[in-house]
Design a protein around this ligand. Structure first.
Ligand code: BES
Ligand code: MN
Ligand code: ZN
Length: 500
């Protein structure tokens, strides 16, 4: 999809679809008024008949509108004074409607709407991101090219955003560029998440990382099981034992600042399929455990976005990747393993495997002396109970870091919420036989999981994002969401601004 900025005459624009805002207040925005006049009161009459109102999220597609050159007119209710969240949801509804038409080109005038907390650049970015979000399809594994597939396909190729005023043009162009980089990162994360376990194996992830390394000028290193064994990664390898697919530890580096600058490190859980191991999961919806590598997918998506934006920051990504399966060689409940940190772990439930691969990846990452380290993981079902599919959970040992992440989440409309930690929870990890157990003895499972990781990050400014609820959708809309690539990209963007 190509997105550009222009100050063309909307009445003369020969486009497949002109997208225009309808406000809830009395005064309509300039473009809407222009069209109103040229069409001899079309919009007012549609408001009068009740076909469209200014409520946020209401949309109406008008085919062959008279008085203007565009083939279609898409009216979009934007409310009175939208904030960032209103605008994000409104633009997404509008973009979905646009993508359901057969339009190839579109001119979008939503840029002229005032949004609380968003300047012209941010608005341009939000609109551009929404259109690319709505245009995403995952059809590489469908072979039928029938009518059904053609209808589901998004035809939109060229978008023109209407320039707000020339003084904002450079900010808007920057916003469009950021949106394209972030949307590419989101699409990449979705693709990786949507691929099934028989294709997206640990080795597949490693090979994708190498490919992306070439296209995005990233330094890539892949460790095999022998190297991990030599490093003492007994926790990670205990998860991989039950699988014939060998584990991989993937390291990706974007160097955008001086070599001596401490990097931000992102660690992503890469369980390419989580059957639970010997503590086998029930059959219902087990297929969804192909998404258990969405932490990996999103940190890979984020580093690609950051590289594409050429941000002046050093960013490293570390992905422990393996399968969690039952087999005659699989780890047994009660087994005790030694992590890379030297701490021993009693594995009471082999389905609590994410923390086992992450703890070794976190210890490994200490070698980078990170400025901040953030792990991203579909870690606990308890997180879905706590926050649903709406917000990502943030747990951290550093207030500054968790605040920065919260701010980024709000700004990117990729919502999160801080959850507590503390010794009352951490005490639940006590084991009679090893330094700790891999599960807590009570409720609050997302927090005890974070406390487990906290035992491996004492020397670093660390945050943990539990994306079990936000990384994918179930039901008719089943699929990977690409979250929290927008939040992570925003966070890194803000960090890089502090650098320059
Ligand atoms: N990958 C799952 C977490 C998960 C469950 C994510 C459901 C999304 C939806 C994780 O590896 C897991 O199995 N966690 C267990 C931990 C428990 C055994 C302490 C869980 O949440 O049930
Ligand atoms: Mn599990
Ligand atoms: Zn898992």
């Amino acid at each position: 999809m190509k997105i550009q900025l222009s100050s063309l005459d909307v009445l003369r624009a020969r486009t497949d679809c002109l997208v225009v805002a309808v406000r809830e207040g009395t005064q309509q925005p300039p473009t809407t008024r222009k069209i109103e006049k040229a069409s001899k009161g079309l919009i007012q009459s549609l408001i009068h008949s009740g076909d469209i109102d200014g409520r946020p999220g209401s949309v109406l597609l008008v085919p062959s509108p008279m008085g203007i050159q565009a083939k279609r007119l898409l009216l979009v209710g934007v409310g009175d004074k939208p904030d960032i969240d209103d605008f994000a949801s409104t633009t997404l509804v509008a973009a979905r409607q646009l993508c359901s038409t057969r339009s190839v080109s579109a001119v979008v005038a939503l840029t002229e709407i005032a949004v609380t907390g968003a300047d012209a650049g941010t608005r341009a970015r939000m609109i551009s991101q929404a259109i690319q979000e709505a245009g995403y399809r995952f059809s590489e594994l469908k072979t039928t090219k029938g009518k059904e597939t053609a209808r589901r396909h998004c035809t939109v190729k060229r978008i023109t955003l209407l320039s707000d005023s020339t003084k904002n043009d450079s900010a808007m162009r920057a916003g469009i560029q950021e949106a394209c980089a972030i949307a590419n990162g989101v699409a990449l994360a979705k693709d990786l998440g949507n691929l099934p376990g028989n294709i997206c194996t640990p080795n597949y992830l490693a090979n994708q990382a190498k490919k992306l390394g070439n296209s995005h000028k990233l330094k890539i290193k892949v460790l095999d099981e022998a190297k991990m064994k030599a490093l003492g990664m007994g926790a990670l390898l205990s998860v991989s034992r039950g699988s014939r697919e060998p584990a991989r530890l993937i390291v990706m580096e974007h160097q955008g600042a001086r070599r001596s600058d401490a990097p931000v490190v992102l660690v992503g859980k890469g369980i390419t399929f989580d059957a639970g191991g010997i503590s086998l999961k029930p059959a219902a919806a087990m297929d969804e455990m192909k998404y258990d590598m969405c932490g990996a997918a999103t940190v890979i998506g984020a580093i690609c976005a950051v590289a594409e934006m050429k941000l002046p920051i050093n960013l490293n990504v570390v992905v422990p990747a393996c399968e969690n399966r039952p087999s005659s060689s699989a780890t047994l409940p009660g087994d005790i393993v030694k992590s890379m940190s030297g701490q021993t772990i009693e594995i009471l439930n082999t389905d609590a495997e994410g923390r086992l691969i992450l703890c070794d990846a976190l210890t490994y990452s200490e070698r980078f002396n990170p400025k901040f380290i953030v792990d991203v993981a579909t870690l606990t079902g308890a997180c879905v109970v706590a926050l649903g599919h709406i917000r990502t959970a943030i747990m951290s040992n550093n207030e500054d870091l968790s605040n920065n992440l919260m701010d980024a989440a709000d700004k990117a409309s990729d919502k999160a919420w801080k959850m507590p930690m503390g010794s009352e929870y951490d005490n639940q990890l006590k084991s009679n036989f090893a330094d700790m157990a891999n599960i807590g003895s009570g409720y609050g499972g997302s927090i005890t999981a974070a406390c487990f990781l906290g035992r491996f990050t004492k020397n670093m400014k660390w945050a943990h994002l539990d994306i079990a609820g936000t990384a994918w959708k179930s039901g008719a809309q089943k699929g990977s969401t690409g979250r929290p690539v927008p939040m992570l990209s925003e966070f890194i963007l803000n960090q890089s601004k502090k650098n320059s």
